[in-house]
Design a protein around this ligand. Structure first.
Ligand code: ADP
Ligand code: MG
Length: 846
């Protein structure tokens, strides 16, 4: 039965309430609380039962047919929500808004929160190493503004981007945004790309939130920014009912302040995940993440994704790393202390909009406990610090929160003894009651002379006096016991005195639970007032942890402090690719790169598998590490400040998006050429490989010339077109280098050493032999090669002419192929005429 088919005049009042609420949450799966269950009805029930593999049952609601329903127990609802949200559903939680014990008539209910992919606060879905961002994107026709926030931590940013869709998408992907809020669905192309190609959730929400949480954006002047923040807030607060008390001032991100890397660069360099397996393991962040806290881990990733351009900010990080490297003992003490700190950022998020429990507050307490030690170490290190140690909160938590609390808030055991007098009194009644029972039992035994008399308690019947069958006759009449329960071997009774006591004890139990819950909420509210200052502390700890990690990695992986220059000088002595060095079974061969200001381009040749791509990636990684404030894998490095990095890794290497067409290759080349400045770094790896040889070679040569002459930025250009190496003679800013290999007993040995000059040989056949192709093929190829080479020597031609000739030949072949495909017997005269015309005009094309 569908929701739309329901006869409203016949339906039960509860179902009516359900339908009224559901009307407001058409796009969400509505979890409707009934007793100890969350129930889903109609289409929601069907979807949930399918996705969660739960049985679809039915509910009587006054109609002839039962309503399709599926339910999950409220105390274990989290994994179900998680599963649905990760599959891209939105979930609305509808709770009972009053205690059913005191409700007059039907319990009032309402949605208390909505959870979608981008707004998860306390589910296991949260990955500790990553921020989970939701973003609002506004299109102002000449610019885009984006505002993105991580609800679990309360961090929020705004930024303005140029009105270029690919740049927008690249930025969203780099940030790892999970859900995007758009004001309308006008831009169907954008929505289709985000949703279809990249699996990002798109939600449509029109309004802007006025007044509330204006403290977050009051420092902003730019109207565009404010619109973006208010737009995001409307969705979060009005649609998803989030409490944003833990949000601090929005931070304005000026893209120009950071080294710009598009999404291809980030992926090609495997900064945060590997290309093939898309895993963190063996990525650069995996190597350098020596942090001790989740906050630090996220901070470090943020630094890596946003390398700086201002020399003084970078040098500040270098300085700290150097100090930490020299103060080994302090650093280890600091790391030990950091290790004790929990995810304070996300604890803050939970305090304002998650389901906080007493264990969370204990984690906060344990974290705060370390702060004085950390503060001392930081000042011993000579770093300036304004770390707040939050003694008041610590004292509060220390005195209030019970040391071994349960996960739930409705079982008691949340509050420590000595924190609240009234609570302690209630507890003494409760335990006094238990003492009383023990005393009562021995008193009765004496009174009745029944030795095996027992006083006990069970949930259904409450307190009882148990008498075995044989002793029943000995129960004195005048005690006025009432029979409560009959067992096979015994009878259970209750006495007036016991009844009275029972009421008191049971009441105490209930009162204790209520009171503990209320006291817990009070503690939470007190902390909530300090939330923003706690967040500052969390941030300072995160930065401290990140910088300490960089110091550790510098030491463990033998990184050095680079020098930075603004003169386009690039000098790296014995640079390494840190990840390959770490994971390879072979000795890593370090390489130098020297490019003085007059050299713009290194043209890299060398056999396949010799290390061309690695050499290029190595440079980019060194640049990025240096500008994120880290030491670098080299013996010595003097680096220019780079503003943007562009990479184009050869088509066959590119498994990122499954798009490996020549068009994509050219688009990326265009992107680099149009956006690079003289301060940029371009990596073109085997450009032109995606098309026919001479086509590709001509394009590569012409792009190389353009970049060297017009952009004049630092460029590494690898190629297997040996012909291009002659360009060194014509354009002085191009320098040939090659990755060396040597031949031994007909086999090739890769030396991975980059040397000056062009390579003289291609070694393709050797690589083919290494790959295990049948010897017959190899032999044949070798003899063919000899023929070609001798032919070339006999008839030396100008390269240009040779192009043209081969081109001619290709054309004839193409014509022949086309001719072959024609089927004259089955062609109409008109078709034949058309075909002839086409072939003729093609043959005349030059
Ligand atoms: P190319 O791009 O020239 O085909 P790659 O850069 O892909 O070669 O490198 C081929 C292999 O050689 C990789 O598996 C890499 O691990 C290894 N390699 C590359 N450079 C070095 C080096 N400097 N030291 C040690 N191994 C290297
Ligand atoms: Mg390569």
């Amino acid at each position: 039965m569908k929701r739309s088919e329901v006869d409203l005049s016949k339906i039960s009042p509860m179902m009516k309430q359900y339908l009224d609420i559901k009307k407001e949450y058409e796009n969400e799966l509505l979890f409707y609380r009934v007793g100890d269950f969350y129930e889903l009805f109609f289409e929601d029930g069907e979807t949930a039962s399918r996705e969660l593999e739960l049985t679809l049952t039915g509910k009587n609601a006054g109609l002839e047919e039962r309503i399709p329903m599926c339910g999950v127990p409220f105390h274990s609802v989290k994994p179900y929500i998680e599963k649905l949200v990760s599959k891209g559903y939105k979930v609305a939680i509808c709770d009972q808004l009053e205690d059913p014990r005191f409700a007059k008539g039907m319990v009032s209910r309402g949605v208390t929160q909505v959870i979608s992919k981008g707004t998860v606060v306390d589910l296991e879905l949260l990955n500790e190493h990553d921020n989970h961002y939701i973003a609002s994107v506004l299109d102002f026709s000449y610019i885009y503004t984006i505002c993105y926030a991580d609800i679990s931590t309360g961090s929020i940013y705004v930024s303005i981007l140029p009105h270029q869709k690919d740049k927008l998408i690249s930025t969203l992907l780099n940030l790892g945004i999970l859900e995007i809020v758009l004001p309308n669905n006008e831009d169907l192309e954008l929505i289709a790309t985000l949703k279809g190609t990249y699996g990002i959730e798109v939600s449509i929400s029109e309004g802007e939130l006025e007044d509330k949480y204006s403290n977050v954006y009051e420092s902003l002047e730019e109207e565009h920014y404010i619109h973006a923040v208010k737009h995001l807030f409307y969705y979060l607060v009005v649609k998803e009912l989030k409490d944003l008390s833990h949000f601090k001032n929005v931070e304005v991100i000026v893209p120009d302040d950071y080294l710009e890397m598009d999404v291809h660069t980030v992926r090609n360099l495997e900064l945060v995940e590997t290309l093939r397996l898309k895993e963190r393991t063996y990525s650069l962040i995996w190597l350098i993440d020596k942090t001790k806290t989740s906050m630090g881990s996220r901070k470090l990733k943020n630094w890596l994704m946003n390398p700086l351009k201002k020399i003084d900010l970078i040098e500040e990080r270098y300085h700290k790393i150097e100090v930490l490297n020299n103060e080994f003992i302090l650093r280890e003490n600091l790391r030990n202390s950091l290790y004790q700190i929990y995810d304070m950022e996300r604890l803050c998020g939970k305090i304002s909009c998650g389901s906080l429990n007493a264990r969370d507050l204990l984690q906060l307490k344990l974290s705060l406990k370390e702060l004085p030690t950390i503060k001392e170490i930081v000042s011993d290190l000579g770093f300036s610090t304004s770390l707040n140690t939050h003694e008041e909160i610590y004292k509060l938590l220390e005195s209030a929160i019970y040391e071994d609390p349960p996960v739930t808030l409705k079982e008691g055991y949340l509050i420590k003894e000595g924190y609240n007098k009234e609570l302690d009194e209630l507890k003494s009644i409760r335990s006094g009651g238990k003492d009383f029972i023990a005393n009562f039992e021995s008193k009765l035994k004496e009174q009745t002379g029944i030795k095996n008399l027992k006083v006990g308690f069970n949930k259904v019947f409450g307190y009882y006096i148990e008498i075995t069958k044989g002793q029943i006759a000995n129960v004195p009449e005048e005690l006025h016991w009432e029979r409560r329960q009959t067992l096979t071997g015994a009878e259970r009774y209750i006495s007036p005195e016991l009844k009275e006591k029972e009421a008191l004890i049971l009441n105490a139990e209930e009162k204790i639970i209520d009171m503990e819950y209320n006291l817990f909420c009070e503690v939470k509210e007190t902390i909530k007032k300090e939330l923003l200052s706690l967040k500052d502390t969390a941030n300072e700890i995160a930065e401290l942890d990140a910088i300490t990690a960089l110091s550790v990695v510098a030491e463990e992986c033998h990184f050095v402090r680079p020098t930075l220059n603004t003169e386009h000088k690039l000098e790296i002595k014995n640079g390494r690719h840190p990840v390959i060095e770490k994971v390879s079974n072979y000795e890593y061969v370090a390489n130098d790169i020297f490019m003085d200001p007059s050299i713009h381009t290194l043209l890299i040749t060398g056999p396949n598998m010799s290390g061309k791509s690695t050499f290029m990636r190595q440079l980019a990684i060194i640049v990025i590490l240096a500008q994120m404030g880290s030491f670098v894998p080299a013996e010595k490095a003097n680096l220019p400040i780079i503003d943007k990095i562009f990479t184009r890794i050869g088509a066959s290497d590119d498994l990122v998006s499954g798009e490996s067409t020549f068009m994509v290759e050219m688009k990326e080349a265009k992107n680099a050429i149009c956006n690079a400045t003289e301060d940029s770094l371009i990596l073109f790896d085997e450009l032109g490989r995606g098309t026919a040889t001479y086509d590709g070679m001509s394009l590569a040569g012409s792009i190389l010339e353009y970049v060297s002459k017009h952009i004049q930025c630092k460029t590494l250009f690898s190629t297997h077109y040996h012909e291009l190496t002659s360009m060194e003679r014509e354009i002085p800013s191009i320098k040939n280098v090659h990755v060396s290999a040597k031949e031994e007993d007909g086999n090739i040995i890769f030396l991975h050493k980059v040397k000056n000059g062009a390579v003289d040989k291609s070694y393709g056949i050797h690589v083919a032999r290494l790959a295990g192709l049948p010897e017959e093929i190899i032999k044949n190829a070798e003899s063919l090669l000899k023929t070609y080479e001798s032919k070339e020597k006999k008839e030396p031609k100008e390269m240009q002419i040779q192009f043209a000739m081969d081109f001619e030949e290709e054309k004839t072949d193409e014509l022949r192929e086309k001719l072959k495909k024609l089927d004259p017997l089955h062609m109409t005269p008109m078709d034949a005429m058309n075909a002839l015309y086409e072939l003729h005009s093609e043959a005349n094309k030059k």
